[in-house]
Design a protein around this ligand. Structure first.
Ligand code: SF4
Length: 366
C-alpha cells in the first residue's frame, strides 16, 4: 500500500469517526516501552491494590503486537460523556445526596463505544477490500490490556495530567477512550498538545483521601473510585469519613481541573442520567430492594458492583449524612437481613450518627 493511499485512508478514518459521533480521532505507532516501565514500577509499589489484572498480561499491555499479532498502529478515539445541566459540586456538597461519578449516570459506555468502533473497523476493511489490500483490526474500550491513556496522548488527543487523566485543552477530561489496533502502516499523528499542567497541583490537593503519591502517580488503594467500585471487601475505616457521600466513584480531581471549563456536554442520549442517579437522595437509594437495584441499574456501569457493595457504599455515606431519626431507623432496619460485610459498615455509621459526629472533609497521608 502506497504512502498516498495510507494518507488517504487516514483522512477517511477521521471523517468516518466524526460521522460515527466521536469527537476526536488520532493515529499513533505502538512504541510504549517507556509507559511499560512506569507501569512496572507502579505495580512493584503495590499501588494497584487487588487489581491483579493490571499486571496479569505482562508485556501484552505495552506491546500491542503481542496482544494482536501484526499490529502496527493504534487508532485512538474520544467520546465526551459529561451529561448536560449536571451539577456535580452541588450534589457533592449536599451530605444527604448520593454522588455517583458522572460517567456512570447513564448507560454503560462499553457497548455503545464497542459498536461504533466495530462500524469504523468495518469501513476500514471495506475500503481496503475494494483495493485488494489485506487489513485486520481489533477494537477495544476498557476491555483488554491496552494502555488507553498513553496511546491517546501519543495520538494527539491530549496530555496525561498530574491527575493521571488525559486532558484536552479544548475539551477537558470528561471523555471515554476507545482504540482500534490495525496492521495498516497509517501515517501517525504527532502529540499536538504539550503538557499544560504547569505549576498547578489542584487535583493533587483536592483528593479527599490523599491518593496521589505525587504528580502522575496514583495509589489506587487510597482512591475512592477503587474503594467503592473495585474493592470487594470492607472499606478501610480511615477512608470512610473522607468518602463523604461518594457512593460510586469520585470525580474530585476532574471537577477541580481548570481545563474542564472547556468541557462540552454530551449529545449522546445514552449518557444522560437515568433514574435520577445524578442527584439521588441517599435514603431513597438505600431503600431500594435488590430487585429495584437490578431493574434501575440495568445497562448501567453501576450494576457490576452488585447489590451488596452498593449497600456497603450507601451505608458509609449515610454515616456521613445529617444525623436524624429517619437515617438511624433506616440503618437499624437494614441490619436485620444485612450480609456481614454490609452490617459492619452499618454499625460503623450508626456509631457515628448516635454520637452526633459529622464528617470532616479530608485526611492527609501519614
Ligand atoms: S488540576 Fe491542574 S495539575 Fe491537575 S490535571 Fe488539571 S491542570 Fe493538571
Amino acid at each position: 500500500m502506497t504512502e498516498t493511499s495510507l494518507a488517504a485512508l487516514a483522512g477517511q478514518i477521521r471523517i468516518w469517526g466524526r460521522e460515527l459521533g466521536f469527537q476526536q480521532i488520532g493515529i499513533t505507532d505502538c512504541q510504549l516501552e517507556e509507559h511499560g516501565e512506569r507501569l512496572r514500577a507502579w505495580l512493584a509499589a503495590g499501588y494497584n491494590g487487588d487489581m491483579e489484572w493490571m499486571g496479569a498480561h505482562g508485556e501484552k499491555r505495552w506491546r500491542p503486537d503481542l496482544l494482536q499479532p501484526g499490529t502496527l498502529r493504534a487508532i485512538s478515539v474520544r467520546l465526551d460523556y459529561l451529561p448536560p445541566d449536571t451539577e456535580p459540586v452541588r450534589v457533592l456538597k449536599d451530605a444527604d445526596k448520593a454522588y455517583v461519578s458522572r460517567y456512570a449516570n447513564g448507560r454503560d459506555y462499553h457497548k455503545l463505544i464497542r459498536k461504533r468502533l466495530a462500524q469504523l473497523a468495518q469501513k476500514i476493511d471495506a475500503w481496503c477490500d475494494e483495493r485488494g489490500i489485506e487489513s485486520s483490526g481489533r477494537a477495544f474500550t476498557d476491555s483488554a490490556p491496552v494502555m488507553e491513556r498513553a496511546l491517546a496522548e501519543k495520538a494527539g488527543l491530549g496530555w496525561i495530567g498530574k491527575n493521571c487523566m488525559v486532558i484536552n485543552s479544548g475539551a477537558g477530561s470528561w471523555f471515554f477512550l476507545g482504540e482500534i489496533y490495525t496492521n495498516l502502516a497509517l501515517p501517525v499523528d504527532r502529540p499536538q498538545e504539550i503538557n499544560q499542567c504547569g505549576d498547578c497541583s489542584a487535583c493533587l490537593k483536592v483528593c479527599p483521601t490523599d491518593a496521589f503519591v505525587g504528580p502522575y502517580q496514583l495509589d489506587a488503594r487510597r482512591c475512592i473510585s477503587y474503594l467503592t467500585i473495585e474493592n470487594k471487601g470492607p472499606i478501610p475505616e480511615q477512608f470512610r469519613e473522607p468518602m463523604g457521600n461518594r457512593v460510586f466513584g469520585c470525580d474530585d480531581c476532574q471537577i477541580i481541573c481548570p481545563w474542564n471549563r472547556f468541557a462540552k456536554p454530551t449529545a449522546e442520549k445514552d449518557f444522560h442520567p437515568r433514574h435520577g442517579l445524578d442527584d439521588g437522595e441517599l435514603l431513597a437509594l438505600f431503600g431500594w430492594t435488590e430487585q429495584e437495584f437490578l431493574d434501575r441499574t440495568a445497562g448501567s456501569a453501576i450494576r457490576r458492583i452488585g447489590y451488596e457493595r452498593w449497600r456497603r457504599n450507601l451505608a458509609v455515606a449515610l454515616g456521613n449524612s445529617t444525623p436524624g431519626p429517619e437515617v438511624i431507623a433506616a440503618l437499624e432496619n437494614a441490619l436485620v437481613d444485612a450480609t456481614p460485610l454490609v452490617a459492619e459498615h452499618i454499625e460503623w455509621s450508626l456509631g457515628r450518627l448516635r454520637s452526633g459526629r459529622r464528617r470532616k472533609r479530608k485526611i492527609r497521608r501519614a
